[in-house]
Structures are given as C-alpha cells and as structure tokens.
Design a protein around this ligand. Structure first.
Ligand SMILES: Cc1cc2nc3c(=O)[nH]c(=O)nc-3n(C[C@H](O)[C@H](O)[C@H](O)COP(=O)(O)O)c2cc1C
Length: 343
C-alpha cells in the first residue's frame, strides 16, 4: 500500500452528499490527483458498491472519509420547532408537511467495517479524534490514517492518537467545520494562512492544507507554508464529472465572494456555503443538534434541487469559489493545481 509521500500532492476533498460518486473520485485519481470519497451519509452497502465502482474505473489509489460519531441528544421539542420552520418552505415546494425522520444517521461502526473492507489507501476522519486504539488497529491493517484539525490543540490530540498526517482545515473551507474541541463543537475559525504554519510548527507529522485553495497560486502558497499536500473541495464541485444538480451548479456559478456564509440552518452544525433564503431566515434561530436538522431538511433539499429552487438547498462551497468557476475536467483541474506545486 502507498505511503503518504507516494501519493500525489493534489487531493480532492472528500465530499459527503450528492457529489459522493465513483465517477468523480475515479476521475481525480486517474487524472493524477488523489480522489477521496465522502462516505459519511452512505450506507455500508453503498460504500462497498461505490468503492468497487471506483476500482473498476481506475487502479490508482483513493481515500475514504467518515465523520467521527458525535454525541448528541434527541430533542423532539426542538426538532418539532425546526419542522414547523420548514413547513412554509415545504408548502412553497408543493411537498407534504415535514415529519420527524425515522433515521438520523448511519451506524458508524458498520460504515467503518465497510470502509476497511473496501481497502482504500487512506482512511480519514473529521469532526473528532478516532482515538489511539482505533488508529492503531487501522494502521496495523496497512491503512494510512488521517484526522482533521481546525486548531493546533486538535492537531496535537490527533498526533497523540497516532494518525499519519493531519488535515488543516481553514476557515475558508466549504462544507462542515471539522473541529471538535472548544465550547462549540465546531471549534476554532482560523484561516488557512494562519493555521497551516502553526500546525506545521507544532506537529512532527505531515500537514495537509485545506480551505480556500482553488488555483495554482493557492497550491504554491500552501506549499510555502509547509504543507505536504493540499486538499481542494469547492473547485472540484464545478468539474465536468461532478454529479452536482443543475440547480446547485447554477447557484455556484452565479455567487460572488460576498455571498459566502457560515450557517447551521440545514444541519445543526456550522458549515460554509452560499447564502440563500434558508440561511438568512434561520440566522440566529436556536436549532436542535446535528444530525437532527440534517435528516429533517433532507426531503426539502432534495425536492428543491429537482425543482430548480436554490433557495432551499445547502449550497456548500468555500470562500474561494469565484476564483475558479470553469475548471474543466477533473484531470484538467489536477493539472492546473499541480503547476502550483511545482512552481
Ligand atoms: C460539498 C462539500 C462537502 C464536504 N464534505 C466533507 C466530508 O464529508 N468530509 C470532510 O472531511 N470534509 C468535507 N468537506 C470539507 C472538505 O474536506 C475541505 O475541508 C474543503 O472543501 C476545503 O476547502 P475548499 O472548499 O475551499 O476547497 C466538504 C466540502 C464541501 C464543499
């Protein structure tokens, strides 16, 4: 199995949700980057199927990412209040009234077992510390194990748990905040420019930069800060192979840098995306903890994507979105980013 330094320096971020597809991951790995599957919302069976599909498309290595299980308390009163907020938007979309979800999240242990069975080169975790015993067990099976940090204290904890490298997720990053220490689970909001060198100085293991990198200049900057590789999410959302709904794609093409916002509105956990009616109308409103809103808002988000209503879908994307809105194919984006690594 490849060591970290045999992997290419340009990594596609794992992205859970509608873009978690074999075609995209395989296109990145086959195109000279390191593709990763965001498996957090997938059933164990789908993880196995998609991994087999990736293998059928390329013999290049790829990674799989999971959310560490977050402790949360079911709160039906808060959930019902959230559903009442969704009701008006359901009506606008012609959907039945929102109901309490039957299921809120997948079984983490079963997802991890499916991930191990899929034999990716890298297993990465976000939103928590997988812990010494789990990391040791995975490493003993030949996996490279990575954790995600949004502040130095998280990086030190992950290093103490034995991970092979730490992904430094800056404030600019699209999607959910990966932090797990601090008064609020989302932790610190430190920019990539400040976070990467601090983690590089504090840790003895490689640091991979994530957040706000969308073109060759960002890659060069991350390398100058001491990163051993870069993780790019948002720019890959717009490559040809990405199965983004036309509604989401059009909204990303239209958004400006000032439209980027951090919101809990769709999931209960802080995430960065393009502002829309839902983020604005739920701004400051108390919500039940993740993953309750995430499950409850899913029918609305899916229906809105089909109906062309970008105001009701989670338009996850980072601050660098406008930097690279026409990246072409995955291989073209990898090639363009790689120029920055060599510069
Ligand atoms: C649509 C989307 C989904 C994401 N899903 C995940 C995920 O499942 N797991 C994870 O570790 N990070 C996830 N992220 C965050 C990325 O790993 C990464 O930190 C981020 O995309 C880097 O910043 P950038 O978007 O500015 O390139 C997601 C990001 C986006 C845009």
């Amino acid at each position: 199995m490849e060591t970290l330094f045999q992997l290419p320096p340009i990594w596609m971020a794992p992205m859970a949700g509608e873009v978690a597809s074999a075609a995209l991951v395989a296109a990145v790995s086959a195109g000279g980057g390191f593709g990763q599957l965001g498996a957090a919302y997938l059933t164990p069976a789908r993880i196995g199927e998609i991994a087999a599909d990736i293998r059928a498309r390329t013999d290049r290595p790829f990674g799989i990412n999971l959310f560490c299980p977050l402790p949360w308390l079911r709160d039906d009163a808060a959930l019902d209040a959230y559903l009442a907020r969704l009701a008006g938007w359901h009506a606008e979309l012609g959907l039945p009234m929102p109901a309490r979800p039957e299921r809120f999240e997948e079984d983490f242990e079963a997802q991890l077992a499916a991930t191990v069975a899929a034999r990716p080169a890298v297993i990465s975790f976000v939103m928590g510390d997988p812990g010494l015993a789990r990391v040791a067990a995975l490493k003993a099976q030949g996996f490279q194990v990575l954790g995600t940090a949004t502040q130095v204290a998280e990086g030190l904890l992950l290093q103490a748990s034995g991970v092979d490298a730490v992904i430094a997720q800056g404030f600019e990053a699209g999607g959910h905040r990966g932090g797990f220490l601090g008064a609020e689970a989302e932790g610190a909001l430190i920019g990539t420019m400040a976070l990467v060198p601090q983690l590089v100085d504090a840790l003895d293991i490689p640091v991979i930069a994530a957040g706000g990198i969308a073109d060759a200049r960002g890659v060069t900057a991350a390398r100058a800060l001491g990163a051993s590789a870069v993780t790019v999410g948002t720019a890959f959302l717009l490559v040809d192979e990405c199965p983004l709904s036309p509604t989401y794609r059009a909204a990303l093409r239209a958004a400006g840098d000032g439209d980027s916002t951090l919101t809990r509105a769709f999931s209960g956990r802080l995430a960065r995306g393009v502002a829309n009616r839902v983020t604005r109308e739920l701004d400051g409103v108390a919500l039940p903890a993740f993953p309750q809103p995430n499950a409850a808002s899913r029918p609305m988000r899916q229906a809105a994507a089909k109906a062309g209503q970008a105001d009701f879908i989670s338009l996850w994307a980072g601050q660098a979105l406008p930097l690279n809105r026409t990246p072409g194919t995955a291989a073209q984006l990898v090639a363009a980013l790689s120029e920055g690594w060599r510069a």
